[in-house]
Design a protein around this ligand. Structure first.
Ligand code: PLP
Length: 572
């Protein structure tokens, strides 16, 4: 849907949502994973709720990448070129930002996210691929998370500083700037400059910087406790790239003495700060003592993440559910048989896709486990293979597993994980079928979270800040079986909404976990609870599917999340 956003809407003050990546539709490859998909869900929901919002991101014309996997699971990356003009309109305005002393021109493409409710949110995709720029600068917005530190800093200058300037140029009045992760934190510096007080009006030189005013305008959401997720730039690089945009002394006070820490910059200049699940906020408070870090637990966009067969079922029994997911509370009205039928339809769709793309023929009567997310070490995609003999004994003839996930091009351990799963596939043989779908994207995600029976997640506690794919699964009656981390701590009721793996989460720092304790519990529950229930007590199984919808999807949707952002963060 790309109805025009009515222009008079620009007059109303807006919430400006900044994100380095946005997953807005499957064939626009400007996202790498959960952060971008969440951004897309946030904007879609904002449109449904008719919130006065605009969004800003960078164009990344070469996308993230297309994943190729050879027979050993070795990943190669192909550029994901796409044609912006097919989806969005180039605006006739340009602004400039200073990078390495040059004026770099930035243009914007407008993509409209329209809801059937009549709401509409424009996304501005910033683009430096303009003939007036030198070739190097034309590439700044080409690749998502590509290049070195210097390249990343340039992208963040375009996103943060360029984004604020572009919104200004387009005449928007902004009442809150919401930074989705630290990639856009440089916007705070642009605002500091904009609201600078004349030196002759203040009695202390420091007071030229109206920090309180900027804080009042800013909201910061942190998304991960993983170190690599927090950008840090050495100050010599910052000075070389950004010049004396803000005096170094002031910058160090705001962004850290040793190097420019984009999370710290965001934290220091935002009145409202939040983590993306209750546990994650607690972990973030211990990582960044002294800040008030609130919790707004993530949710997913219900309509986007419900497969066709369940959409029809919800339309029939819970009309209006898509814009009022609270109606899932009445899921008990749906007859068991129809839930099972809708599930089998989704399962068939997935198994057909598996066969077509991997050649692996799976059986729709066999309990099917799904695991798909970015392939990176802390997600422990291989935990279920800790003891292959034991897994074979438990699961032969009774279990099949479907995987998907891309590793970041520079994440060697992540790539090795994929190769490991491929080699285990051979080891397992035909008694326990395994398939790995290549090029995980939003379409494959929907097929997987709706088409398997159980959604598995086995991260190292407490590194999974939220996790959202399990919430998508719940929307399709797929039951979660996961480590107690992120959202699942809040969504889990043992044997009712799903099952936990491993001990109760007590750690608030990034200590190591005992893999064997977790895998032992995983095997134990598979063997003694999950497999018997699936094959011998289908009624109870379907009740649990209903509970996933009535308890998990009911709460872990982005309509609830956005209402929280409005009341807690945007209006205060
Ligand atoms: C939902 C989604 C993710 C995030 O999944 P997590 O469980 O949060 O890791 C990543 N990639 C795609 C394509 C998705 O749709």
């Amino acid at each position: 849907m790309t109805l025009a956003c009515p222009l008079e809407l620009t007059k109303e003050p807006k919430i400006a949502y900044f994100s380095m990546e946005i997953g807005i539709q499957n064939d626009i490859p400007t996202y790498s994973g959960g952060l971008g998909v969440l951004a897309g869900d946030t904007i879609r929901t904002g449109a449904d709720l008719k919130l006065p919002m605009v969004a800003v991101t960078i164009l990344v014309k070469k996308g993230y990448f297309i994943q190729e996997l050879d027979e050993y699971g070795k990943q190669t990356e192909l550029p994901a070129d796409w044609e912006p003009s097919k989806y969005m309109k180039l605006l006739p305005v340009k602004i400039s930002v200073q990078i390495e002393g040059r004026d770099v021109l930035v243009q914007a493409w407008q993509y409209n996210v329209s809801s059937l409710t009549g709401g509409c949110i424009p996304i501005f995709f910033l683009d430096t691929d303009i003939p007036e720029n030198i070739p190097e600068d034309r590439e700044i917005t080409a690749k998502l998370y590509g290049g070195d530190l210097s390249y990343r800093l340039k992208q963040e200058i375009v996103l943060g500083i360029g984004g604020v300037r572009m919104l200004h140029e387009l005449d928007f009045e902004i009442k809150k700037y919401h930074m989705n992760e630290g990639h856009s934190s440089l916007l705070t510096l642009e605002l500091l400059n904009r609201f600078k007080r004349p030196i002759e009006d203040v009695w202390d030189e420091k007071l030229v910087w109206d920090i309180e005013k900027v804080k009042d305008l800013c909201v910061f959401t942190t998304h991960t406790p993983i170190e690599a997720g927090h950008d840090r730039f050495p100050y010599d690089l910052v000075q070389k790239t950004l010049g004396d945009f803000i005096p170094l002394k002031v910058l160090k006070e705001l962004g850290g003495q040793d190097n420019l820490n984009m999370t710290r910059l965001g934290l220091n200049l935002s009145e409202f700060i939040n983590g993306v699940a209750k546990k994650h906020s607690e972990v973030s408070r211990s990582m960044f003592p002294g800040y008030e870090i609130n919790a707004i637990t993530n949710g997913v966009h219900s309509f986007t993440w419900t497969c066709d067969s369940f959409k029809r079922l919800f339309d029939k029994y819970l009309p209006g559910w898509a814009n009022e997911p609270e109606l899932f509370v009445r899921v008990g009205r749906i007859p068991d048989e129809e839930i099972w039928e809708a599930h089998l339809e989704a399962k068939n769709t997935l198994l057909d896709y598996v066969k077509r793309t991997t050649g692996v023929e799976m059986n729709k009567d066999i309990l099917t486990i799904g695991f798909a997310r970015r392939a990176t070490a802390y997600k422990r995609a291989d935990l279920i293979f800790s003891d292959i003999e034991r897994l074979k004994k438990i699961g032969s003839g009774k279990l099949q597993i479907i995987y998907a996930g891309k590793a970041h091009p520079k994440d060697e351990p992540g790539k090795k994980l994929i190769e490991k799963i491929f080699s285990i596939k051979k080891e397992l043989g035909s008694a326990l079928k395994l398939s790995y779908l290549k090029n995980y994207d939003m379409d494959i995600a929907l097929k997987m979270v709706s088409g398997v029976d159980v959604w598995l997640n086995t991260p190292l506690r407490p590194r999974e800040a939220s996790g959202t794919s399990g919430m998508k699964a719940a929307h399709n009656g797929v039951i979660n079986f996961s480590i107690l981390d992120g959202w699942w701590i809040e969504g889990h009721i043992e044997g009712y909404t799903g099952w936990s793996i491993g001990p109760n989460p007590t750690e608030t720092t990034l200590v190591e976990n005992m893999d064997s304790r977790d895998s032992d519990d995983l095997y134990h529950k598979l063997e003694h609870i999950i497999i018997p229930l699936y094959y011998q007590n289908r009624r109870t199984w379907i009740k649990m599917m209903q509970n996933a919808i009535g308890k998990n999807a009911y709460y872990f949707n982005s309509h609830r999340m956005m209402r929280r952002y409005v009341t807690d963060a945007y209006i205060r």
